[in-house]
Ligand binder design. Structure first.
Ligand code: NAG
Ligand code: NAG
Length: 400
């Protein structure tokens, strides 16, 4: 599949888009009745993203407050060991958020990468293993971060990147720019693995993308920090997010109950984190106040699975790395139905870029899914315009 054209969107396009966003909302309200939208702040200013829109009044206070304020710790945010890679995460990677500090730093050092595995994967990989496990060098603050999104495939991306000899990353999620900021930069640096000159230090914490303070904080650490966001169809992301929570807290209400403020009226509860996280355009806007678009790279969570090498090539280019992680680093497991990494950095079981097909997802009513698609559509379109990339989430849904 051909990668969609990428590049900074023309200003004109953005204006047109915000206009169309407003139009969409207007139609939406007419068709969906008074309850089509969660109160009205969005409708008239549907353009929290478009200070430059010609005909629309500028948003009163930027984005609607109900979307901007961090939601109170809710069921789905309370637990987030990242499980994007596979249902069986390495122990080091699944640090429970209840004890975010304890196993930090452990995951970064996988000195167990055995030579035999490396040899099997070729000399390049052997070199990778040799440089991936040094206990020398020095700890540095990260130059690149995977900032989101939860359930987007951030674990998969990080593990694939860790196969690169010039990347060293923390296996756990440090949560520095949201939960642990008080601990200071020295603490943060200490969490990082040691690197040699020329190696990139990285970490991933998917909640950064939806943390109001994160852009400013990261900018004040280093304004040239490279940012990576793995995004995925927000509807499937929301369901996946809910499924993960459900597996830990079977007593929570159904998806349908949590998704609506009033189901009869079709009123989506956009304050529920499982839904709020997927409003990518709004979150991105706050990042763009601190970072140029060229400093943010967007990975398609879908293409990371269908074309891992292609997606990895773009990520490595963005990070200024040699294209080392290529096709030969992956194999397709037919039973699983997903590509897997030949040589996981910690030499545990192969890491695959998706869950086993057998994993039970709760059955979500079809009309709820349709309603959610409708809800996300204008935000998705705006996101495509802002990023200059078409993630084809509508197209994908049309196929079903
Ligand atoms: C939902 O809206 C309908 C129609 O306005 C109303 O009758 C009903 O009480 C509302 N339900 C809830 C749970 O608020
Ligand atoms: C493929 O996946 C299946 C199911 O998870 C697993 O049992 C099998 O060992 C995997 N095969 C390889 C070669 O990774």
């Amino acid at each position: 599949m051909a990668p969609p054209p990428k590049g900074p969107p023309a200003r004109k396009l953005l204006c047109m888009c915000s206009l169309s966003l407003c139009l969409t909302y207007a139609c939406y309200s007419l068709m969906g009745g008074p309850g089509a939208l969660p109160s009205s702040p969005l409708a008239p200013q549907g353009s929290p993203l478009s200070p430059s829109a010609v005909d629309t009044p500028p948003p009163r206070n930027g984005s609607p407050a109900w979307l901007r304020t961090p939601s109170p710790p809710s069921v789905s945010e309370a637990t987030e060991p990242s499980r994007a890679w596979t249902e069986t995460d390495p122990p080091s990677a699944s640090s429970p958020s209840s004890a975010p500090d304890r196993d930090l730093g452990v995951g970064g050092d996988s000195s167990s990468s055995s030579a035999s595995v490396a040899a099997a994967a070729g000399s390049e990989a052997a070199a990778a293993a040799a440089t991936a496990t040094p206990d020398y060098g020095e700890k540095r603050l990260p130059q690149a971060l995977i900032i989101g999104v939860k359930k987007g495939g951030t674990r998969a991306l990080l593990e694939a990147l860790r196969a690169h000899p010039d990347v060293r990353a923390v296996g756990t999620e440090p949560h520095f720019f949201d939960r642990n900021y008080d601990k200071g930069l020295d603490w943060y640096r200490d969490v990082m693995p040691k690197t040699l000159e020329g190696q990139l230090t990285m970490e991933k914490t998917p909640s950064y993308f939806v943390t109001n303070e994160a852009p400013k904080r990261i900018h004040s650490m280093a304004k040239d920090t490279k940012l990576i966001v793995v995004v995925r169809n927000p509807v499937t992301r929301a369901i996946s997010d809910y499924t993960q929570t459900l597996s830990k807290k079977p007593e929570i209400p159904t998806f349908e109950v949590l998704a609506f403020k009033n189901r009869t009226l079709g009123l989506i509860d956009a304050s529920w984190s499982a839904i709020r996280i997927g409003i990518y355009a709004l979150h991105l806007e706050s990042w763009l106040q601190y970072f140029p678009l060229s400093q943010i790279h967007f990975v398609s969570g879908e293409r990371l699975i269908t074309d891992p090498a292609g997606e990895m090539a773009k990520v490595q280019d963005f990070l200024g790395l040699k294209r080392v992680v290529s096709e030969k680093y992956f194999y397709f497991n037919k039973t699983k139905g997903f590509p897997c990494l030949k040589k996981p950095e910690d030499s545990s079981a192969p890491r695959c870029l998706g869950k086993s097909k057998g994993r039970t997802h709760p059955k979500i009513d079809r009309d709820v899914i349709l309603r959610l698609r409708k809800f996300y559509k204008p935000f998705n379109v705006m996101f495509y315009q802002m990023t200059g990339q078409d993630f084809q989430w509508e197209q994908e849904e049309g196929d079903k």
